[in-house]
Design a protein around this ligand. Structure first.
Ligand code: NAP
Ligand code: ZN
Ligand code: ZN
Length: 350
């Protein structure tokens, strides 16, 4: 067991500060990773604030982890010292249930082990995430990184990337489909990039008119301002698919009106009660509201390989660990372009 530096919240809603945590020694199938970069996901903020009622303190957030392998256990076959690797939202699952057998560990029927806030079966207490110097993870939950990509901009792919890629795959979004991405933040900007790469006609649906130019640079064909009722009305019944990344409770009825017959809106943002839905908006047009949680390990690797092939990474703003509380405030006021990534050497050197 080793003690290392981490950054986290000791009680609900607290500012993040340096906290010492323990990591297990490397077991036969483990990979020990020196963390070099870690993205800031809006879920990190939800966990610090216990928005979903499942946080265990201290919370050490971080599930968009990029690092270098420093040690491998004796049975590890996929990785070796000095490899660049990634860790996303999952570090373990039961591996025996139907979901695990279908490579859908995120829906493990016995409960997956989250990178943070899960139950640490080795050391007890909660698992601790990537706002830390180092992590030890079973090789089956470690991802390979395509060599051609800008490594610091790969970090957000481990959550924002897979969370948007997976529903586009599951609902078979294809060339020519009209796809709306709701909310231009970390997830939204990846949603635009993937939908564009799949050949869809992409509409960025945003509350922030000032983001219109960026949305087009990211690959949107059109921008729809959701507060503009006339503009929303003009696009009624025209969308094949909507990806809703809004992080808080909100009224989805105006978005349902945008869907074509038989079309689906997938919720990935608000994991909490939402405002009442007028079921007439579903009945008249056989429409669906669905949800989706990150993606399994196999699909996450496929997503990374897709990014390697299409040269897709996130647009990132690099910060030091000590700037994290300020970054959280900016994410909460929708002022992020489009993902913060922490240089983890700043924690090592503090
Ligand atoms: P983010 O960077 O903060 O982006 C969210 C965007 O939503 C904002 O930039 C803003 O875009 C829009 N928005 C914010 N408040 C809004 C409101 N009241 N009404 C309408 N639009 C609003 O967040 P993120 O990291 O992309 O995460 C988004 C959500 O997904 C979070 O709740 C996160 O916890 C969740 N999440 C879920 C999964 C999953 O597996 N399902 C995985 C990762 C994250 P505009 O300025 O363009 O309107
Ligand atoms: Zn996340
Ligand atoms: Zn399982």
């Amino acid at each position: 067991m080793s003690e290392i530096k981490a950054y986290g919240a000791e009680v609900v809603g607290a500012s993040l500060k340096e906290i010492a945590i323990k990591r297990r020694d490397v077991l036969a199938k483990d990979v020990k990773i020196k963390i070099i970069y870690c993205g800031i996901c809006h879920s990190d903020i939800h966990f610090v604030n216990n928005d979903w009622g499942m946080s265990v303190y201290p919370v050490i957030p971080g599930h968009e982890i990029i690092g270098k392998v420093v040690e491998v256990g004796k049975e590890v076959t996929k990785f070796k010292k000095d490899d660049w690797v990634g860790v996303g939202c999952l570090v373990d699952s039961c591996r025996t249930c139907a979901s695990c057998k279908d490579h859908l560990e995120q829906y493990c029927e016995n409960g997956f082990v989250g990178t943070y806030g899960g139950t640490d079966k080795y050391l007890g207490g909660p698992t601790f995430g990537g706002y830390s110097e180092m992590i030890v993870v079973d090789e089956d939950f470690v991802l390979s990184i395509p060599e051609n990509l800008d490594i610091k901009a790969v970090a957000p792919l481990l959550c924002a990337g897979i969370t948007t890629y997976s529903p586009l795959m599951h609902w078979k979004v294809k060339k020519g489909d009209k796809v709306g991405v709701i909310g231009l933040g970390g997830l939204g900007h990846m949603g635009i990039k993937f939908a564009h790469a799949l050949g869809a006609h992409v509409v960025m649906i945003t509350t922030s008119p000032e983001k219109a130019q960026d949305a087009k640079k990211l690959g949107a064909d059109e921008v729809l301002i959701s507060k503009d009722e006339k503009a929303m009305e003009a696009q009624m019944g025209t969308f094949d698919f909507l990806l809703n990344t809004v992080p808080v409770r909100h009224d989805i009825n105006p978005y349902l009106m945008l869907l074509k017959r038989d079309a689906t809106m997938v919720m990935v943002g608000a994991i909490e009660p939402i405002d009442p839905v007028h079921s007439g908006l579903l009945v008249l047009g056989r429409k669906t509201v669905a949800g989706s949680l990150i993606g399994g390990i196999k699909e996450t690797q496929e997503m990374l390989d897709f990014c390697g092939k299409h040269n897709i990474v996130s647009d990132v703003e690099m910060i030091n660990m000590q700037d994290v509380n300020q970054a959280y405030k900016r994410v909460q006021s929708s002022d992020v372009k489009y993902r913060f990534v922490i240089e983890m050497d700043s924690l090592r050197q503090s």
